[in-house]
Write a protein that binds this ligand. Structure first.
Ligand SMILES: Cc1cc2nc3c(=O)[nH]c(=O)nc-3n(C[C@H](O)[C@H](O)[C@H](O)COP(=O)(O)O)c2cc1C
Length: 193
């Protein structure tokens, strides 16, 4: 596909940051919704999150290697730059570290940097109501909202047992894209200008 100037136009590129929560086993529903909406994507898993993913299936779905560790200095960058980032599922641990500016995993490094780069970012927490009551978590979400991050209203804090069945992948994806749409289109038009 090419635009009017003849340049190859690429699809918008999404980074999906996957953390170590039980619902990560169903993250393919998010990939399907994003691909249906015309996005390409690459996955960055936390080191713990890798254990919740079928890496081969994710790579077959996305066409890109799942990243989890930093590349070596001489290696080329495995993924294109992102037009948007969705953190799904986001754990209590990663939300708190991200808000505090801790970058001790590749996933956190990318998230911390996204703020300065102005990459539109949404977070879909998978955090039960007991953990969600912790003051540090409440403060982390407040801080992330203040940084312009969309905190999904579609992923309510639930009891652990109701968590997996209740996780609304498609609704949260739609909300994220609707809310972030103006930022994303400004970013993609800068890229093709
Ligand atoms: C089976 C299982 C399910 C888990 N589900 C969740 C969850 O839904 N939300 C959460 O915040 N932590 C959950 N955890 C705990 C996290 O895996 C743990 O805090 C981990 O250190 C998070 O690492 P990450 O934030 O780097 O991905 C779960 C752990 C296990 C073993």
């Amino acid at each position: 596909m090419s635009d009017q100037s003849g340049r190859a136009a690429r699809k918008p590129f999404l980074y999906v940051v996957v953390c170590a929560a039980g619902v990560a086993r169903d993250v393919d529903r998010l990939f399907a919704a994003a691909q249906d909406a015309g996005w390409d994507m690459g996955v960055i898993a936390t080191p713990q999150g890798l254990g919740f993913l079928d890496t081969a299936a994710v790579e077959a779905r996305t066409g890109y290697p799942v990243r989890s560790a930093w590349r070596s200095p001489d290696d080329s960058r495995p993924l294109p730059d992102p037009d948007a980032i969705v953190v799904a599922p986001a754990t209590f641990n990663t939300v708190n570290k991200w808000a505090a500016g801790i970058a001790d995993t590749l996933a956190l490094g990318i998230l911390c940097e996204a703020y300065g780069l102005g990459v539109p970012t949404a977070v879909l927490p998978a955090v039960n109501s007991a953990l969600a009551a912790h003051p540090a978590y409440v403060e982390s979400l407040r801080k992330l909202r203040g940084m312009g991050v969309l905190v999904s209203s579609r992923t309510p804090h639930t009891t652990t047992s109701s968590h997996a069945a209740a996780f609304p992948w498609e609704e949260a994806w739609e909300e994220a894209m609707e809310v972030l749409a103006p930022e994303i289109s400004a970013r993609t038009s800068r890229r093709t200008a």
